[in-house]
Design a protein around this ligand. Structure first.
Ligand code: GDP
Ligand code: MG
Length: 498
């Protein structure tokens, strides 16, 4: 991710504060110069950058005399000012569960609208919303096929037409049908043109008039940097844009400029696209984003993600199983499913302090996720008795499971090996104090001992990505202070050694 470069440049500038013997105006100036250069290179508007520099300098001068901790003051001021650069007062529309939310997507051709519609749909689908997609793009050849393919991949119902040429008619009919069927999310993809043309804007207005969307989301390609400002204003003038999604932040040096320029138009950014895959999609919240960019982590966010993925009531049951050493294939299956619910693991990791966006290897994650998916698929082909360990898995059963899941016998065996390894490990842990009560409460109390154990469990490559053992330990201490984190250690184990 190119934004990570911006993050590490700013982090490096801040690190120099630690090296200075005394923090004075000169040191601040040198640090700010580096930050300013990095921001300008990311195409952030010159006036915004100047404002940031002035505000930080002012805060510094105000408190310099009071003998405050100036290093921390500067760091905090940088985080604050960068966040402010990406914050809007206007709040985006909050979809409501249990009713039909009609969301219309607009944007230029090639900006990533159709891809983003699918990502957005998939995001809500994974959260358990009844989600649907409507293709109202009749301008681009093959538009319906593209949406159909995307929707099929993520298993979301779709509506479109090969014969109808009026986008208004399609949008109206699609929304009508999905409303009737009680869908909670009805996402309407519209056509784009290569540039802003009056025809495009007329069509947008007509579609909006016909379907009366609850929200209009404007999709914009980040590669144009601060030129996003004019484009965002032009679209807002034409239709009532409520919020913005910025795409392709994985591939362009101008991402920072795009984000700050859009915010300057007072349109809230709600998600960012960071790749071509449907889960290369991140919720956007200014402060959290900046903290992660600078590797400061966002512990609250982690707690929320884990809480959402692992229902609290399931946690004691799991701990009980662990302490009794009775860990079945079914338990492994449900743990794996929890991991998938978290979605992107590298994104999850970026919320940890000291990890940031730069340290994450996406390839490694994709492999891990694919492996987890394969294992789940294999376990889905097992009978209840096999999952609960009542019927032993003999060669003929293994052959049947392999055939049923489209896997190789070898792959089923690898999965069973993994299960055995996990079971042995968990039985050992069950006998130790680790599994009693809250794992993480123990971690916080006695990290050294627990970490010694974890070291044998966690994949060394993963450990490296997490910034080494010391960092992991600090992280765990932080996390251990929070409540409701009972399953965090388990999550790490699931991605354990191969
Ligand atoms: P539309 O014309 O606005 O509907 O744009 P599409 O959804 O068809 O996307 C245009 C191209 O951009 C496709 O090749 C997508 O795979 C690609 N794309 C969309 N979003 C992203 C993103 O966040 N990152 C990257 N790298 N590519 C993207
Ligand atoms: Mg499209």
């Amino acid at each position: 991710m190119v934004l990570a470069e911006l993050g590490s440049k700013i982090t490096n500038a801040l690190k120099k504060l630690n090296k200075a013997d005394v923090v004075n105006e000169e040191v601040l100036k040198a640090c700010l110069n580096e930050i300013v250069t990095a921001l300008l290179q990311a195409d952030v508007n010159v006036h915004q950058v100047k404002k940031l520099r002035d505000n930080i300098t002012m805060q510094f001068k105000l408190q310099e005399e009071e003998g405050a901790d100036l290093r921390n003051l500067i760091k905090r001021a940088v985080v604050e000012e960068l966040s402010r650069m990406l914050e809007t007062e206007k709040k985006p529309y909050q979809p409501k569960k249990g009713k039909s939310n009609v969301i219309m997507f607009v944007g230029l051709q090639g900006s990533g609208k159709t891809t983003t519609c699918t990502k957005y749909a998939y995001y809500y689908h994974k959260k358990g919303w009844r989600t649907s997609l409507v293709c109202a793009d009749t301008f681009r050849a093959g538009a319906f096929d593209q949406l159909k393919q995307n929707a099929t991949k993520v298993r979301i119902p779709f509506y479109g037409s090969y014969t109808e040429t009026d986008p208004v008619a399609i949008a109206e009919e699609g929304v009508r049908q999905f409303k009737k069927e009680g869908f909670e999310m009805i996402i309407v993809d519209t056509s784009g043109r290569h540039k802003q043309e009056s025809e495009l804007f007329d069509e947008m207005k007509q579609v909006a008039e016909a379907i009366k969307p609850d929200e209009i989301i404007f999709v914009m390609d980040s590669s144009i940097g601060q030129a996003c400002y004019d484009q965002a204003l032009a679209f807002r003038k034409a239709v009532d844009v409520g919020s913005v999604i910025i795409t392709k932040l994985d591939g362009h040096a101008k991402g920072g400029g795009a984000l700050s320029a859009v915010t300057a138009t007072e349109s809230p950014i709600i998600f960012i696209g960071t790749g071509e895959h449907f889960d290369d999609f991140e919720e956007f919240e200014a402060k959290s984003f900046i903290k992660r960019l600078l590797g400061l982590g966002d512990i609250e966010k982690i707690v929320n993600i884990v809480k959402e993925a692992v229902p609290l009531e399931d946690q004691p049951k799991l701990l009980e199983k662990i302490s009794s050493g009775n860990f079945t294939l079914r338990d492994m299956q449900s743990q794996y499913k929890n991991i998938l619910k978290i979605g992107s693991f590298s994104q999850f990791l970026s919320f940890l302090p000291g990890v940031g966006t730069s340290l994450m290897g996406k390839m490694n994650e994709k492999e891990s996720i694919a492996r987890v998916k394969k294992f789940i698929c294999i376990m889905d082909s097992m009978t209840n008795e096999e999952l609960d360990g009542i019927k032993p898995l003999n060669p003929s059963r293994i052959l049947r499971i392999a055939k049923g899941s489209g896997a190789l016998v070898q792959e089923v065996n690898v999965m069973l090996e993994e299960y055995k390894r996990l079971k042995t490990m968990i039985e050992k842990m069950g006998k130790s104090k680790l599994a009693k009560g809250n794992d993480l409460a123990n971690l916080a109390r006695n990290p050294g001992q627990v970490m010694g154990k974890l070291k044998n469990i966690v994949d060394p490559r993963m450990l490296q990505q997490l910034g080494g053992m010391d960092n992991l330990m600090n992280m765990m201490k932080e996390v251990g202070k929070m409540e409701g984190m009972g399953d965090m250690a388990n999550m790490l184990k699931m991605f354990g050694k191969k």
